[in-house]
Design a protein around this ligand. Structure first.
Ligand code: ATP
Ligand code: MG
Length: 590
């Protein structure tokens, strides 16, 4: 595993003993709570803090692997925290799917006998107490300017802000007014609580940031207990500190918030409310992956407008979608690790996810044959060679070339087999080594039916429109794979096939990228203008009998075709539904 700047920071802190004196009471809490606890058995604490307002996506996977990964590598613990301070837009459906996705990626939040699964809304009472303490200390005030007045006084990058007329209220006045806010006496938007910092600061985030706003809204966890809610930038540092987080890792857009993060926690530590040593914030560049979008709002639009078939549509970059498509946790983790962790943004090619998937499944996935675009091949001399059209020739093949412990696949050859339509050419292009009929220029081609016999193409049947309805061939006797005669006839081509009597009909869902543009929404572009019209193709094909027992989520490599998975929702033994995960080689990028 390569180093990165975050690993270096953690190693430095461990070497310096920055957090060695920390106590942890087993549950989140204030300074007094943790002071009564034991020395923290976790050497570091990180957290993954999703807002439960949508499904997790590939970008979140980066944050998950980073935070849980660092904790795992350095003897630490990673908390899963729902950042549910916003009463709107949050739903149980999202909470459930987030828990499921994190677990599926291979991570847990149970450590030292404790479930480190937290809800920021459980800290509302402390956040309120801290706000009163800031007011008491003369460090916060209730501002009753209108939104427009506030905006006008904030200034901009070149103009310093100017003080609110409410800024000189006494702590007692502020306290009384803040309590009225809490009691529900003021309508939405009538007042906010702001920190008293510096309206002239060059960092706009320090120009008296808002701490609380009024919102008469029901919260999924706290119900109607509150009608004032903390702002994210106030709540988040406090959540970290209550949980004893050491390294609070976030994406770069929060870099300008760091001075505020530091000010707030230092102040609350000084006031004796929060335990020391306190958390520190570190920023890294978010993961951007080509050919996908990762904004929850835009993903929701794809779902709501039925452009895709739900949050777990196999084309969606959500964890649920990637899972249903057949990507493995290992492949996603490998891709995230390879994408690296740095301060410099950039784009990770979607092809790197497919590459990681192939690496993972190459070693694991059983092999099988499938015919995706079937045309019938009739072996016209079958009865002559084998005595009767009812005869079946048993064939077998290894389940995996490097896993001899797996039972061999059994199937059989008969007088009619399904082959891929494009394994036949009426008029062969140059260098075509598969099936073509005899002509004045050449005899019919000879190919091997993989694991079976060599056959020689003898003709073709067509319908009145000229479309091929069947390919005709003769079996070359004594050429069966694995028998002494197998090498007697040399062929240049080998094709995959399935006996018509033996093949299982299956619905094959051939997925491809959802967008044709590598950066579908870059620079404010309308991502709906670059939807790939061929991102989902559903065909009826055939799969090998060895897959009769396949269970939903089982993955296999169809020889010559790529990696496939039995659909986790729709697949049944009676009606197989198989998704294509990725082809054997990258066919884009060229
Ligand atoms: P969106 O803007 O789509 O709503 P978000 O970042 O607001 O996404 P959160 O639920 O707040 O979504 O994210 C939880 C965590 O995942 C945060 O710490 C966030 O920084 C991180 N995260 C989100 N997207 C990415 C990404 N593309 N790369 C790395 N980390 C990400
Ligand atoms: Mg967010």
């Amino acid at each position: 595993m390569s180093s990165n700047f975050l690993r270096q920071i953690v190693e430095r802190d461990l070497a310096d003993g920055t957090y060695a004196s920390r106590r942890f009471a087993g549950t989140p809490g204030d300074a007094a709570h943790h002071a009564a606890g034991a020395p923290d058995p976790a050497r570091i604490r990180t957290r993954f803090p999703p807002e439960p307002n949508g499904y997790l996506h590939i970008g979140h996977a980066k944050s998950i692997t980073l935070n849980f990964g660092l904790a795992g590598e350095y003897g630490g613990v990673c908390h899963l925290r729902f950042d549910d301070t916003n009463p709107e837009k949050e739903e149980q459906e999202y909470v459930d799917s987030i828990l499921d996705s994190v677990r599926w990626l291979g991570y847990g939040w149970h450590a030292n006998g404790v479930d480190h699964l937290y809800y920021a809304s459980n800290y509302f009472e402390f956040m309120y107490r801290a706000a009163e303490a800031l007011i008491d200390a003369g460090l916060a005030y209730v501002d009753e300017q209108s939104a427009e007045e506030m905006r006008a006084r904030r200034g901009d990058f070149v103009t310093p802000g100017t003080n609110s007329p409410y800024r000189t209220r006494t702590p007692a006045e502020n306290l009384a007014r803040f309590r009225e806010m809490r009691a529900g006496g003021l309508p939405d938007g009538a007042a906010v609580l702001r920190a008293k910092l510096d309206m002239a600061s060059p960092n706009i985030n320090l120009r008296d940031p808002a701490l609380y706003r009024i919102k008469h809204a029901e919260h999924h966890n706290t119900g109607n207990t509150w009608c004032i809610y903390p702002m994210y930038t106030y709540a988040h540092p406090i959540e970290d500190a209550l949980e004893g987080i050491t390294h609070s890792i976030c994406t770069l857009e929060f870099e300008d918030q760091r001075p505020w993060y530091d000010w707030l926690l230092d102040t609350l530590c000084t006031l004796g409310l929060l335990a020391q040593p306190r958390p520190h914030q570190y920023e890294f560049a978010r993961l951007n992956v080509t050919y996908v979008i990762t904004s929850k709002r835009k993903l929701k639009a794809l779902v709501d407008e039925k452009i895709v078939d739900g949050w777990d549509d196999p084309r969606m970059p959500t964890i649920a979608g990637l899972r249903r498509r057949g990507y493995t946790p290992e492949s996603i983790r490998l891709m995230c690790e390879r994408a690296g962790t740095s301060k410099a943004g950039g784009w990770t090619d979607y092809a790197s996810l497919d590459a990681a998937l192939r690496e993972d499944l190459e070693a694991k996935a059983p092999r099988a044959m499938a015919v995706i675009d079937p045309v019938k091949l009739k072996l016209v001399n079958w009865a002559d060679v084998f005595g009767s059209d009812a005869h079946r020739e048993p064939c077998h093949a290894p389940a995996h070339p490097h896993r001899p412990e797996l039972a061999a696949r059994e199937f059989s050859l008969g007088p009619e087999v399904w082959i891929e339509r494009d394994d036949f050419a009426d008029v062969p292009p140059k260098g075509f080594f598969r099936l073509f009929p005899p002509s004045e220029a050449s005899p019919g081609s000879k190919v091997r039916l993989k694991y079976g016999y060599v056959v020689e193409c003898s003709g073709v049947e067509k319908d009145p429109s000229g479309a091929v309805t069947a390919v005709l061939a003769r079996v070359v006797p004594d050429t069966k794979s694995g028998t002494p005669g197998a090498d007697a006839v040399k062929v240049k081509g080998t094709i995959t096939w399935l006996g018509v009597h033996d093949a299982l009909p299956a619905e094959l869902r051939l997925y491809d990228r959802l967008f044709t543009e590598p950066q579908p929404d870059a620079g404010g572009k309308d991502f709906k203008l670059s939807l790939n019209p061929n991102s989902k193709r559903v065909v009826r094909g055939y799969i090998e009998r060895s897959l009769q027992e396949a269970q939903p989520d089982d993955k296999f490599q169809f020889e010559r075709h790529g990696y496939f998975v039995a659909d986790r929702h729709d697949h049944t033994a009676a009606q197989p539904v198989i998704n294509r995960i990725a082809s054997l080689k990258d066919s884009w990028g060229k």
